[in-house]
Ligand binder design. Structure first.
Ligand SMILES: C=C(O[C@H]1C=CC=C(C(=O)O)[C@@H]1O)C(=O)O
Length: 449
């Protein structure tokens, strides 16, 4: 086992008004930003990978043992200081995608206006002080890339299923719901973006973080996006979740009707039903770990630049176990994932149908993404409204919709486009007006990969 050595030093003030965005400059950065605060990671000092049903438990073991051997100098002891791992987990226990935890060499953190720098190394000789930390950061800030203009030759192509095939899968899902096999399934699809010149991930992340400032903008090893959904946030023994289900596109909304979202979304029995299934699934799974839990009695309407969602915030006091230890963020992630907001209910029936109907591996899409520190704090969102960078010029976008009784395939297809929009816009692209039926080259090259 490697011995990590780490130092956290306070940084008086970040030099600009754009907060952490100033540090989003490299393609292979780690990122977790909301309202210009959070964590930005550079480089890599330690890494764990795993796949399969015990990926969370194995990650937990690795993290515990890493911390047990670490030398940590952290005078701040705030959430996100000291040694931190960023991570991303596969949606499915059957996915070949490698779930991962990455401890960066450098983290720049900003919370409630206070900034810090953490340097983590395996070098037994390195001096653990502000000078070494700043020198390591400065090495990443040399020779920064410039801006990428979107190119008229950039293309948006269909994914594994054509639109007609996906609508057919939605219709089959509705039939399963009508037959009483399950009450909700979240069906997703992918689209592929082929760029004429290499992507600049940091530029995309900055666009997302500015535009979707109430979402959590994330980046872990080529998984990038800006999610509105918090699976679980643990801070000082308290847990919080933001559950979303029920969506209304803002692009087609009337401009002069301020009550529209409340009336159409909150007033819809179908959307309320879809939301209730998601909130019940989250609270049922979280409850055994808590001594008390509160949530809104009615969902509220969350306004994002692209859509409105029905949303509920849940807060809970975590219950200590017999040894006085509260559950770790990863224990909770394992217990909660996958929620009915991304899988369905009952979970196992929905999971089986998803693999039968979607014809794709979700990889990290809709899986947990976030970070945790060595003091039991962490934030794990659900990797939505995002993309996987498959090569410097190939990006795959994913979006899904909750299907319940009465869902209409064409309306659900439109909803996926509203969920692709944040990423498409950040890439400087529009929804194609006429998508070709299928891109045989792209589909076959992916099938073989
Ligand atoms: C599965 C996705 O969204 C989920 C989260 C919020 C609202 C949803 C819905 O209304 O269907 C989905 O459950 C996605 O963005 O890919």
């Amino acid at each position: 086992m490697t011995t990590l050595r780490s130092v956290t030093v306070p940084v008086g003030e970040l030099s600009s008004t754009i907060g952490l965005l100033e540090y989003l400059v490299l393609d292979e950065q780690l990122c977790w930003i909301r309202r210009q605060e959070g964590l930005v990671g550079f480089g890599e000092t330690a890494r764990f990978t795993s796949s399969g049903p015990d990926r969370f438990a194995r990650a937990q073991d690795w993290w515990r043992s890493l911390l047990a051997h670490a030398e940590v100098q952290d005078p701040l002891e705030a959430p996100g200081t000291g040694i931190v791992a960023f991570g991303s987990f596969a949606f499915s226990k059957r996915s070949p995608f490698e779930s991962r935890l990455v401890v960066p060499e450098i983290i720049v953190g900003l919370q409630d206006g206070a900034a810090w720098l953490t340097y983590t190394t395996t070098d037994p000789e390195a001096k653990l002080n502000a000078e070494t930390a700043n020198a390591a950061l400065a090495r990443y800030l040399e020779d920064l890339p410039t801006y990428r203009e979107s190119d008229p030759a950039d293309q948006v192509l269909p994914g594994m299923l054509s639109e007609a095939e996906w609508k057919n899968a939605v219709a089959r899902s509705v039939a399963h719901v009508a037959a009483g096999d399950l009450s909700k399934i979240v069906l997703a699809r992918d689209i592929a973006v082929k760029l004429a010149s290499p992507l600049m991930a940091s530029q995309v992340l900055r666009e997302l973080a500015v535009r979707y400032r109430d979402c959590w903008t994330y980046a872990v090893d080529g998984l990038i996006g800006s999610t509105p959904e918090m699976l679980i946030r643990v801070q000082d023994g308290r847990a919080e979740a933001r559950v979303l289900a029920g969506t209304l596109d803002r692009a087609t909304a009337p401009v002069d009707d301020p009550g529209y979202a409340q009336r159409v979304l909150a007033g819809s029995a179908k959307q309320q039903h879809e939301h209730q299934i998601a909130i019940d699934s989250l609270t049922r799974s979280l409850e055994p770990f808590t001594s008390s839990m509160t949530s809104h009695t009615e969902p509220f309407v969350l306004e994002l630049p692209n859509v409105w969602h029905l949303a509920s915030d849940v807060t809970a006091e975590l219950a200590p176990d017999g040894n006085g230890a509260v559950p770790t963020p990863l224990t909770l992630v394992e217990a909660l994932h996958p929620t009915a907001a991304v899988c369905g209910f009952p979970t196992s029936v929905a999971g089986e149908l998803i693999s039968e109907l979607e014809h794709m591996d979700r990889g990290p899409y809709a899986g947990p993404v976030g970070w945790m520190d060595g003091n039991g704090n962490g934030e794990w969102g659900i990797a939505l409204r995002g993309a996987v960078i498959e090569s410097p010029t190939d990006v795959r976008l994913y979006a899904g919709c909750g299907i319940v009784a009465g869902s209409d395939p064409s309306a659900e297809l439109e909803e996926t486009w509203s969920k692709f929009r944040p990423m498409l816009e950040a890439l400087g692209l529009d929804r194609p007006s006429a998508v070709p039926l299928r891109s045989p080259d792209f589909a076959s090259s992916r099938a073989g990969s």
